[in-house]
Design a protein around this ligand. Structure first.
Ligand code: SF4
Length: 67
């Protein structure tokens, strides 16, 4: 697992795509913007591909991943 940090920058449009792709890591609350779940580190090793896919697929490119 090479991901050290995940965060959401300003500008999320609440499209829900990240939660659809990786619900263990991303949560988009009703009426709010995307959040990274506190448990993400436990999931990151097994779901690294989904996390990266979410970051690459986000339409406004606000999912940030630090290796
Ligand atoms: S994919 Fe991007 S814009 Fe859509 S909910 Fe997730 S962070 Fe927000």
């Amino acid at each position: 697992m090479t991901i050290k940090k995940i965060w959401i920058a300003e500008g999320c449009i609440s499209c829900n795509l990240c939660e659809d792709l990786c619900p263990d890591v991303f949560h988009v609350p009703a009426g709010g913007t995307s959040e990274v779940r506190d448990v993400w580190k436990k999931c990151a090793a097994s779901q690294e591909d989904q996390i990266r896919e979410a970051a690459e697929s986000c339409p406004v490119e606000v999912i940030k991943v630090e290796d």
